[in-house]
Design a protein around this ligand. Structure first.
Ligand code: SF4
Ligand code: F3S
Ligand code: FES
Length: 248
């Protein structure tokens, strides 16, 4: 057992500050263990969201020494013995209290997105997909909705004014997943991504990919293919010809 120095942000929507703490740390522990010990021994009303402690529920997202991370997957052994560890709430979303933020932005954006829409003449149970089509989008289904990618993206991180027009990387992988789905036949996901989700705001900095705890290649496998499909679509001679005919 060692005693380590922590700074933890405490406050609410009206404001707050970093408080200093000395907390016991045992071998093999993660940052979330230390937050729990802090609650048990010094700060019983410290607010922190968590559920699984196994990197699967996506609840314990926080910023640790300025990096967006899952508290339950960040081992204390990754820090130097004499390092002060600073824990703050996600910066992109409004604080409710202490380490808990209001992430409803992400649910609103998900709601704005048209749901999976198979052809009207195919009944549930009649859906058939080839394995290759399943595999193409399977990576995206690993998303645990921790919203670390959403929190990191510079388009909205310090720019609340961009939020109405930008759905963010988590929703771009959903758009790509549906666009690659052979049975999602009733929506033009490329057009929606470009016109309503703000795909054009993304300048492929890849910060979202760097913080994804599920190691989803958000930029390379979802965003860039979607951008390429939008461009193909716009400059496809047949599509351009079709648009001209329709305008007559
Ligand atoms: Fe979290 Fe990755 Fe899903 Fe983004 S894509 S919400 S970082 S799991
Ligand atoms: Fe943002 Fe990821 Fe694009 S961080 S700018 S959505 S590559
Ligand atoms: Fe579930 Fe950390 S507590 S991901």
């Amino acid at each position: 057992m060692t005693v380590r120095q922590f700074k933890v942000w405490r406050g609410d929507a009206a404001g707050g500050q970093l408080n200093d703490y000395k907390v016991e740390v045992n071998e093999g522990e993660v940052v979330l263990d230390v937050i729990h010990r802090l609650q048990a021994t010094q700060e019983p009303d410290l607010a922190c969201r968590w559920n699984c402690k196994a990197g699967k529920c996506g609840s314990c997202s926080m910023e640790i020494n300025g990096m967006p991370r899952l508290g339950c997957m960040t081992r204390m052994s990754t820090f130097e013995e004499d390092e002060t560890i600073t824990v703050t709430p996600l910066r992109t979303f409004p604080v409710i209290r202490d380490l808990v933020t209001d992430v409803s932005f992400n649910y609103q954006k998900a709601q704005e997105m048209p749901a999976f829409a198979p052809p009207a003449d195919v009944a549930p149970g009649e859906y058939r997909m080839q394995q290759i089509d399943v595999e193409r989008s399977q990576e995206f289904r690993k998303c645990i909705e921790c919203f670390l990618c959403q929190n990191t993206c510079h388009v909205v991180r310090d720019h609340d004014e961009n939020k109405p027009a930008f759905s963010g990387p988590r929703l771009f992988i959903r758009a790509a997943e549906l666009d690659m789905h052979p049975l999602d036949a009733r929506h033009d996901r490329k057009e929606i991504a470009q016109q309503s989700q703000g795909l054009g705001y993304c300048n492929i900095t890849k910060c979202c990919t760097e913080v994804c705890p599920e190691h989803i290649k958000i930029t390379d496998n979802a965003i860039i293919p979607m951008k390429e499909r939008v461009v193909d679509r716009r400059y496809d001679p047949l599509v351009v010809f079709g648009r001209k005919i329709l305008r007559r």
